[in-house]
Write a protein that binds this ligand. Sequence first.
Ligand code: GCV
Length: 678
Amino acid sequence: MAVFEKAWLNYRVLKELEGCRNDIKVIFSDVKGKCIDNAINELKLAVTDIIGGDEPGICTCVRIVSELSDGIYLKLYNDDDKELNDGFEPGEEGYAVYYDADNRLTVIAADNDRGILYGVFAFIRNLRKGMLPSDIRLTEKPDITFRMLDHWDNMYGDIERGYSGNSFFYDNYRIIIDDRTEFYARMMASIGINAIAINNVNVHQEETLLITDKYLNEVKRINDIFASYGIKLYLSVNYAAPVEMVELEVSDPLDEGVIEWWKKASAHLYDVIPDFGGYLVKADSEGRPGPFTYGRTHADGANMLARTIAQYGGNVIWRCFVYNCRQDWRDRKTDRARAAYDHFIGLDGEFDDNVVLQIKNGPVDFQPREPVSPLFGGLKKTNMFLEVQIAQEYTGQQRHVCYLVPMWKEILDFNTYASDKGTVKEIVSGEAYGNRLCGIAGVTNTGNDINWTGHDLAGANLYGYGRMCFDTALSAEEIAREWITQEFGTDKFINDTVYDIIGNSWLTYEKYTPPLGVGWMVNPSNHYGPNVDGYEYDRWGTYHFADCKGVGVDRTVATGTGYASQYNKPWSDRYEKPETTPDELLLFFHHMDYDYVLDSGKTIIQHIYDTHFEGVEEVERMIDKWKKLEGKINPVIYERTLDRLNEQLESAKEWRDRINTYFYRKSGTEDKKGRTIY
Ligand code: GCV
């Protein structure tokens, strides 16, 4: 038995629901499908563990509606439901929940078993806010079609950029399937995740074999667990798999032998797992093989794979994280930020229908602050996924509190001006171009730590990611407060206190780390902790170019790399000039003198000093607030989180002192407020 905590599914009896303890006697269901048993089990738990009633009876035979009473009724949505719910259409994954007072029944109605399961979780979510079943009335359906999680788990058992222990899918090249697998599927379904890739996009030797008989039966078992929670399974594949397996000498996508190899491999895979989701591919990136080796385009590469799985309903998710990682730091014209756009914009319209391009939120790599990738506003005839990183690689590695939903919301709301439906949200929800295949993928922050996410407060990012994808209209605050209620209960003081700590934590993190959008300044390889010049004279294309006069990367058309021109107007014009570039992105787009005055009225150097002092003070205040929760929340979570907050404070001070000292020495400018800068 694996040992793990139940995170936001830690159901407990609520006194607010005392009055309805005896109201739910039977769960009726006349819906069929893979998810129904799980939906019913979840409701059983809700009745006993949240409402505090006796275990309800279960009735899955078809009953005459008038015979139903005192319970919960799971049913297929019909015209009567539509009339009762103002014409609402649930579609593939939506649901209606309402109370039928005549029969003392809570009705959960949807078009299929997945909709029912989501309806059940929504009903429970509201119960846990203290709402009586008779008061719960919902008509909801997801805004984003694909709500995916990407695991960067390796079969050895480690996780690339994993900060919550090791993998719970693999250990020493063995696949693990246990009660934790099942619980994880349940947790993910409860927040609306419907697709998941279970191995690292950097596919090493052994993982290449996941699509072969060596592992397929176990992969199928995982697939079936996820399928019973409405989640499609994907695998990352190595583009050079035929070569890696020493079966062919090339992996040229136009080579007949290669095409046949993939056709055979895919046919076998779908024979074993008919409802398999498809392939996720990182090609020609950071040493990974790809079509460039053979002078082919990424459309050639992706389409070849896609054609081998189209007939089974499979998809290819193709990442746009393609750039030259062997740059020369002396060369100020080559710009990593340009790379994704430069590689993919010319291929717009050339990808098959079952290919989707997965685009990182920003043009470089999950920094605390980046502009939105210009590809979203550039591609018009291509399916697109937005890729965000729930794992906090550059945002404190789950040792610092950094609630990322506000950042993701800003990205979704960004107007690319590609059309009158030009926000990223409209693009990845399919509203803009009506694409069949579009959505959001998040690199997950889970591992085999007892609490799943290492830092307990990092649970807000995982929960928030799923909820935001399902309902993009929820604000970051609503999502955070909802998570706090599910995790810590209905107490208002706890809710306000935890929210005060996490609500603005992204901006706090930004204050004590790289200034004004310039990024990086981390220790090479592990990407934790400050090292201002850590990547400055290296090959990765991640520079800040600080000298005695100023800092920042000139990405203008007039004098720099020209990156600013990849945006539609008015952004291309605004980013071209410092005066119209938002302060928080100034150093991403421009190399500026330290005495340049920001919109805030401060010089850049004074902004650097001030924000770094403020950032540390804000972490000190977080700790004071957290201490007010002692005795009010689970003591284990209290202590665990306090330890991490203390570490965050030490780390924030180190960031403050290194950055301030660095820029003090470079600029020779005194702090106007006379504080000690070493
Ligand atoms: C999976 C960054 C990370 C890598 C990661 C890569 C990617 O460069 O540091 O660990 O590799 O992004 O997204 O492919």
